[in-house]
Design a protein around this ligand. Structure first.
Ligand code: NAD
Ligand code: MG
Length: 397
């Protein structure tokens, strides 16, 4: 039996992971499940999956979960905080770690899993954006396996030659074609962007996801973060990654070869496919996803991305080109701006403004250590918060 720790079990990816695991109960065993503060949801998952460990973000929620489990006589060791997350990520009985916590909070536990030589199923793209070099070096040094779960990167992984991994040079790959749906506002008139609400931004045309990544998809920062993620995963230069708008979300990405071949991975937009792929690789297992009906899809459209409509995409390319901790600063400012937008303290169009201003004001460093990354991440959060407060003050005045 393969032991699995599902970090972020109560989220969208976490729940889909547990669905796939449930189909293969003789093969996979959930050893640890973790959540932020959603006690009731993790309680239900503990009853259903009987893990050895559960982790909550803070001790208060952990105690509530302990009490609930004692009431029903179910034995689970409940831990809390980042230390608890790191502890379950490196347990000897854990073979695979699903890294599906959203945002920077997922970095340290994912890095711990990488350092312990686990198979890391990486959904938490923010970890690679913040500390790509450190993360990839840790994977190499420990002999860990890294399987991308982000649907595009999973698709690229499937289309890559088997000997890739030491850089694109010499593999015959000329370009990565990273597809993007364009989100809910691909054709919305620009003058309406100021009035976009969190509800509108969170209703994605093709995917059901957590709120933060839904807003990222609407601003296309999600694609920007994915460009950076792809640079690290496939050792590619930013210029080798072409974003392709593809509104149907049926082709999940493509790899172009020097001989003119383009390989694509297609499927219904359902995260259980990349999750099942990463869980079973190199085998294939049933994921529960409906087979693709090409006659129902009928057509596949492609467009070039519009950088003026989606400035976040430009900012992400600029950040990875500038290097060092610039992507970490971009990511931190984005997390703060998205949170403020979801709390209705910031307009939709102001999200890229806050990120750009933060990048202009926080000085970056070489990203040589985790401490450097976390320091610049904290400085960027502070700066972004101040910029938002100033903006709020101005709009009240
Ligand atoms: P979500 O908001 O639905 O779930 C996030 C999970 O992380 C929850 O279990 C939550 O309890 C936990 N969490 C949140 N903050 C935490 C904290 N501070 N400490 C500990 N745990 C915390 O998000 P999601 O949509 O499942 O996305 C998870 C990650 O996967 C993100 O990085 C996202 O970019 C990536 N991803 C998601 C999808 C998707 O379809 N949902 C696709 C590709 C990549
Ligand atoms: Mg994606």
């Amino acid at each position: 039996m393969i032991g699995i720790a599902v970090l972020g079990a109560t989220g969208s990816i976490g729940a889909s992971t547990l669905e796939v695991i449930k189909r293969h109960g003789a093969r996979f065993r959930p050893v640890a499940l973790t959540a932020n503060r959603h006690v009731e949801r993790l309680f239900e998952q503990c009853i259903e999956f009987r893990p050895e460990y559960a982790v909550m973000k803070d001790e208060d929620s952990a105690q509530q979960l302990r009490d609930r489990l004692i009431q029903v006589g179910v034995e689970v060791e409940v831990l809390s905080g980042v230390d608890g997350l790191k502890r379950v990520a490196v347990l000897p009985q854990v073979d695979y770690v699903m890294a599906a916590i959203v945002g920077a909070a997922g970095l340290e536990p994912a890095l711990a899993a990488a350092g312990a030589g686990k198979r890391v199923l990486l959904a938490n793209k923010e970890a690679l954006v913040m500390s790509g070099r450190i993360f990839m070096d840790t994977i190499r040094e420990s002999g860990a396996e890294l399987l991308p779960v982000d649907s595009e990167h999973n698709a690229i992984y499937q289309c890559m030659p088997l000997d890739a991994g030491e850089g694109l040079a010499g593999t015959g790959v000329s370009r990565i074609l990273l597809t993007a749906s364009g989100g809910p506002f691909r054709t919305t008139p620009l003058e309406e962007f100021g009035d976009i609400t969190p509800e509108q931004a969170c209703s994605h045309p093709n995917w059901v996801m957590g709120r933060k990544i839904s807003v990222d998809s609407a601003t296309m920062m999600n694609k920007g973060l994915e460009v950076i993620e792809a640079c690290w995963l496939f050792d590619a230069e930013p210029e080798q990654i072409q974003v392709v708008l593809h509104p149907q979300s049926v082709i999940h990405s493509m790899v172009q070869y020097t001989d003119g071949s383009v390989l694509a991975q297609l499927g219904n937009p359902d995260m259980r496919t990349p999750i099942a792929h990463a869980l079973a690789w190199p085998e294939r297992i049933d994921s529960g996803v409906q087979p693709l009906d090409l006659f129902a899809v009928a057509r596949l459209d492609f467009e070039a991305p519009d950088f003026s409509r989606f400035p976040c995409l430009r900012l992400a390319y600029e950040a990875i080109q500038a290097g060092g901790t610039c992507p970490a600063i971009l990511n931190a400012a984005n997390e703060i701006a998205v949170q403020a937008f979801l709390e209705r303290r910031l307009g939709f169009s102001a999200i890229p403004e806050i990120i750009e201003a933060t990048l202009g004001q926080v000085s970056s460093s070489p990203a040589e250590s985790l401490a450097m990354v976390l320091r610049d991440d904290a400085a960027a959060r502070e700066q972004a918060m101040q910029l938002i407060k100033r903006k709020e003050g101005q709009s009240r005045a």
